[in-house]
Design a protein around this ligand. Structure first.
Ligand SMILES: Cc1ncc(COP(=O)(O)O)c(C=O)c1O
Length: 448
């Protein structure tokens, strides 16, 4: 492989996620991954790294499982697509499987091709549900400040609208509430319970302020996976119990975004399993197929889906690639392996170990602030003391990243936080390897 040639072509023509071609040019071209197995990836120059964030917290199973490649190959050889108005066996088997895994009567599954599409679809289903029942004014969607639910036309306005303000007039009906976050130091000395109650009460206040006649749904991740300045911190269980009750009280649908939390990431199959409530709609992507091929799904309760029955009453949406048989076959195999290899328990157990090891690091490094997480969705903040926070700027962030890369760690950091979402097949020795390397980098930064 002529790496330089490929890199030049990428600089000339490729528009990557979260990276401009100018930046790529400065770095002599993007990193080209040519091999990957488990948590390790190798680039075209022969460097091997640990992918501490498993793609985009999405390669749950780990890289390079030949069983998945095999079923995709077999499926494409058997039947590669389907005529309009028909379907295929792997998709039927997949929706049966998903219905059996999800809580309550979440039994009707609409397949899509990723997380953004899943959330767009969930919002449409929620609005259409109310409209079909005669509540045409119920269109507003409540989301939590700082959350991310996708990048497309509607969902990009959820959670963090400032980041997308250049893209035009905000989507109508977006309502924002506070993020429950026990680590937030905005309200000093607030307990995790009080934090949860205050934030849930705010949802009710907002519903009343806007009038329940205008609110279609609340959308939230069970445990928020990425806040730009904070470590991961699950809310107190009371938050979700209250949210469920509030939504019931005012006829507001509860949409749970399991795009990151789902499929073992948090040490249970779904993030919401930690809280014992059943949402009206659940969205999944990423881990459902560990990113071997594109797939997402909207999992809807029977009551909501039943608003869409009858030939005059169809859900007006057709996504050509939704429910592709190769993606369905890959997802089925992915779930089968996660089950067989007990990887959800592994995420819980190794996640606890990882958290303990991060706490060991904290006792050695003054620059570490909060540490938090659940299962293999972990984060730490680097804003412990004022002198450190003042020094955290782009320069620091670049230095941190380049030292981590030199040590062979690819991970998500903006210089203020470091997030970890490794493949859930990671073992304790591999966690030790990450901690040793991180320890070295933080020590060097402190020396400098
Ligand atoms: C919580 C959450 N929801 C939705 C999305 C969007 O998913 P996708 O990138 O597959 O469109 C993401 C992506 O990172 C996410 O983190």
């Amino acid at each position: 492989m002529n790496t330089n040639n490929l890199k030049n072509i990428a600089i000339e023509h490729l528009w990557m996620n979260s990276k401009s071609w100018l930046q790529s040019n400065k770095e002599n071209g993007p990193r080209i991954i040519i091999d990957a197995k488990g948590i390790y990836v190798t680039d075209s120059e022969g460097n091997t790294f640990i992918d501490c964030n498993g793609g985009y917290s999405s390669v749950n199973l780990g890289y390079g499982r030949p069983e998945i490649a095999q079923v995709v190959k077999e499926q494409l050889n058997a039947i590669s697509y389907f005529p309009q108005g028909s379907t295929t066996e792997p998709l039927i088997r997949l929706v049966e499987k998903l219905a059996s895994m999800t809580p309550g009567n979440l039994n009707r599954i609409y397949p899509v091709t990723g997380g953004s599409e899943a959330n767009e679809t969930a919002i449409k289903i929620a609005r259409g549900y109310h409209s079909r029942r005669g509540d045409k004014g119920k269109y507003k969607i409540i989301s939590r400040e700082g959350s991310y639910h996708g990048a497309t036309g509607g969902v990009m306005w959820l959670g963090s609208p400032d980041k997308v303000s250049e893209f035009g007039v905000p989507y109508p009906g977006m309502v924002y509430v506070s993020q429950p976050n026990p680590l937030s130091n905005k309200y000093e000395n607030e307990s995790s319970y009080d934090n949860a109650v205050r934030c849930a009460n705010e949802v009710e206040r907002m519903i009343l302020y806007h009038s329940p006649k205008t609110i279609a749904a609340v959308i939230a991740e069970p445990i928020v996976s990425q806040l730009p300045d904070q470590a991961v911190s699950p809310p107190n269980i009371i938050y979700w119990e209250m949210l469920r009750d509030i939504c019931n009280k005012y006829g507001v649908l509860l949409i749970v975004d399991e795009v990151v939390c789902g499929f073992g990431r948090t040490g249970k199959w779904f993030g919401i399993d930690h809280f014992g409530i059943t949402p009206d709609i659940m969205t999944v992507a990423k881990g459902v197929v560990s990113c071997y091929v594109p797939l997402g799904a909207v999992i809807v309760s029977e009551d909501i889906a039943d608003a869409y029955v009858g030939s005059e009453n169809l859900f007006r949406q057709a996504l050509t690639f939704g429910g592709h048989p190769a993606a369905a076959a890959a997802a089925l195999k992915n779930i089968e392996i996660i089950e067989k290899e007990n990887l959800v328990n592994n995420a819980a157990e190794v996640g606890k170990y990882f958290l303990n090891r991060l706490n060991d690091l904290k006792s050695k490094h003054n620059m570490i602030g909060d540490i938090g997480g659940i299962g293999l969705m972990l984060g730490l903040s680097l804003i412990n003391n004022d002198s450190v926070s003042k020094n955290i700027n782009t320069n620091f962030s670049d230095k941190l990243k380049s030292k981590l890369i030199r040590e062979g760690l690819l991970l998500r950091t903006n210089g203020k936080t470091i997030h970890f979402g490794p493949p859930i097949c990671i073992n304790k020795n591999q966690v030790d390897e990450i901690i040793t390397k991180l320890d070295k980098v933080l020590f060097e930064l402190e020396q400098e």
